[in-house]
Design a protein around this ligand. Structure first.
Ligand code: NAD
Length: 490
């Protein structure tokens, strides 16, 4: 296995593995091309890791658990994580550029949300780790119980392509804060920012072997090897529900601890008493930001009949103003879809919407004016039945369905008639109704009169097929720690 110089790899353009503090090619120099979805040009090459590379990374991570990392004080570890956040901010524009090249998302979006939030994930957990506690119970005059936290061990991280650095740091920061070591696998379509992040971790003082990176695909590649590896103790996974199932199956023989953030088909529930202009402004974002490729995007919109026409008219007018364009043009609101495969999948849903009797109020096709790249017009579909596949299945693109409702119970029934349960936005000025509906819907993350407002201390995760477990604040620490109870007889 050939090692390469840091400067060669740390640009993120040619993406190598990072094992025990060094960039490395694959044993057999196997690699694949990384394509820019905005113009279909080749960005660079990505080493493909399999069992052997994962094995090497796991051994490095296992050794690092008991080395310098273990002996660092809480204050030293916290300072190191803070430094990672600082260095991300120092390289913000460079990282935002790579994220935009890799994903097709507008540069302004990566530069204003993805990268600052990645830095904040480290800053937040650097602070949080210094105050997180455990439980203690006195059992009458008989005994005292207290719990202590230990790292889980070597954690495998399998990540999606939609918010690559944001979601990786959301897991990596608490994982390191809790004293674990890790083997990270970015999505094959978005390898660049992770390749830079590992070097940033090293520069910040994270000891070699604590953060390892292996690139590759899912089954029969790096993802499969991580899922099956007998010396990985836990896996944190964000991605599609069906992939979650496959990983669970592969991880079952070695009984790994699992945390899952999976797919969604998130409802926006709009009551007529809400401020429709405010609803429209936020719904434009919750529908089309990041080309609709955010797990929390609201893609099935239910509007109380009294406000249905007004909402649709204003929502369609604003949607038509959105500019689909080059991710590096700062006037572009919507960039390119992640890949040809995903682009075709979303276009397939637009064909299906027609077959299912839907009407396109806006969009409904690929965007005009592009010879290359995977651009789709923001699309609003009406007239679909609640049972339509386009209303029930996750499309993960700039496509929403809008359906009217008459009664509160009726909309609650429709919202709950789904095997997903990730997030929802409820819009109403009736306080009691907001509480009632929030209580009744089977959803893990609920916003009232807003969307995507995040406090990182809160439990984050989905119900039903949208996830297993919660991350955020103490919930992250619970996943990334083993809790040991000590009972002392008095
Ligand atoms: P994906 O499931 O296709 O891939 C995610 C990762 O899993 C990639 O790194 C991939 O290489 C790997 N993988 C694929 N098959 C595997 C296998 N059999 N074994 C091991 N690894 C495997 O998901 P995606 O297309 O990258 O991301 C989009 C999906 O992620 C959407 O469903 C979206 O809703 C979901 N998502 C959820 C959240 C959340 O917080 N709930 C956040 C972001 C994305």
């Amino acid at each position: 296995m050939k090692t390469v110089t840091d400067t060669e790899a740390a640009t993120g353009i040619n993406c190598q593995h990072f094992i025990n503090g060094q960039y490395m090619e694959s044993f057999n120099t196997e690699s694949f091309e990384n394509i820019n979805p905005a113009n279909e040009e080749i960005l660079g090459s990505v080493s493909e890791g399999r069992e052997k590379e994962v094995d090497l990374a796991v051994s490095a991570a296992r050794r690092a658990l008991s080395g310098k990392w273990k002996s660092m004080t809480l204050a030293e570890r916290s300072k190191t994580l803070r430094k990672v956040g600082d260095l991300i901010l120092e390289r913000q524009e460079e990282l935002a550029r790579l994220e935009s090249l890799d994903t097709g998302k507008p540069f302004w979006l990566a530069n204003s949300i993805d990268i600052p939030r990645a830095a904040y994930n480290f800053h937040f957990f650097a602070d949080y780790m210094t105050s997180v506690g455990t439980e203690a119970y006195q059992q009458d005059e008989v005994a005292l119980n207290y719990a202590i936290r230990k790292p889980v061990g070597v954690v495998g991280m399998i990540n999606p392509w939609n918010l690559p650095l944001l979601l990786l740091t959301w897991k990596l920061a608490p994982c390191l804060a809790a004293g674990n070591t890790t083997v990270v696998k970015p999505a094959e379509w978005t390898p660049m920012t992770a390749t830079v992040l590992v070097e940033i971790c090293k520069e910040a003082g994270v000891p070699d072997g604590v953060v390892n990176l292996v690139h590759g695909f899912g089954p029969d590649s790096a993802g499969g090897a991580i899922s099956e590896h007998p010396d990985i103790d836990a896996i944190t996974f964000t991605g599609e529900t069906t992939t979650g199932s496959a990983i669970m199956k592969a991880a079952a023989p070695t009984l790994k601890k699992l945390s899952y953030e999976l797919g969604g088909k998130n409802p926006n529930i709009i009551f007529a008493d809400s401020d429709i202009d405010e609803v429209v402004d936020t719904t434009i974002k919750s529908s089309f930001i990041n080309q609709g490729e955010v797990c929390l995007c609201g893609s099935r919109i239910y509007v109380e009949r009294a406000a249905y026409d007004e909402f649709l008219e204003k929502f369609a007018a604003k949607t038509k103003e959105l500019k689909v364009g080059d991710p590096f043009d700062e006037t572009s609101n919507v960039g390119a879809m992640i890949s040809k495969e995903h682009y075709e999948r979303v276009l397939g849903y637009l064909d299906l919407a027609k077959e299912e009797g839907g009407t396109f109020l806006t969009g409904g096709k690929k965007a005009d004016g592009f010879d290359k790249g995977y651009y789709i017009e923001p699309t609003i579909i009406t007239g679909l039945d609640r049972g339509a596949r386009c209303v029930r299945e996750e499309i993960f693109g700039p496509v929403v369905t809008v359906i009217p409702f008459d009664l509160e119970d009726e909309v609650i029934g429709q919202v709950n008639d789904s095997h997903y349960g990730l997030s929802a936005s409820i819009w109403t000025n009736d306080l009691r109704r907001a509480h009632r509906v929030a209580n009744e819907i089977d959803i893990g993350i609920i916003w009232v009169n807003t969307w995507f407002l995040r406090d990182l201390r809160t439990p984050f995760g989905g119900m039903k097929h949208s996830g297993i477990g919660r991350e955020g604040g103490a919930h992250s620490f619970d996943f990334y720690s083993e809790l040991k109870n000590v009972c002392i007889k008095l």
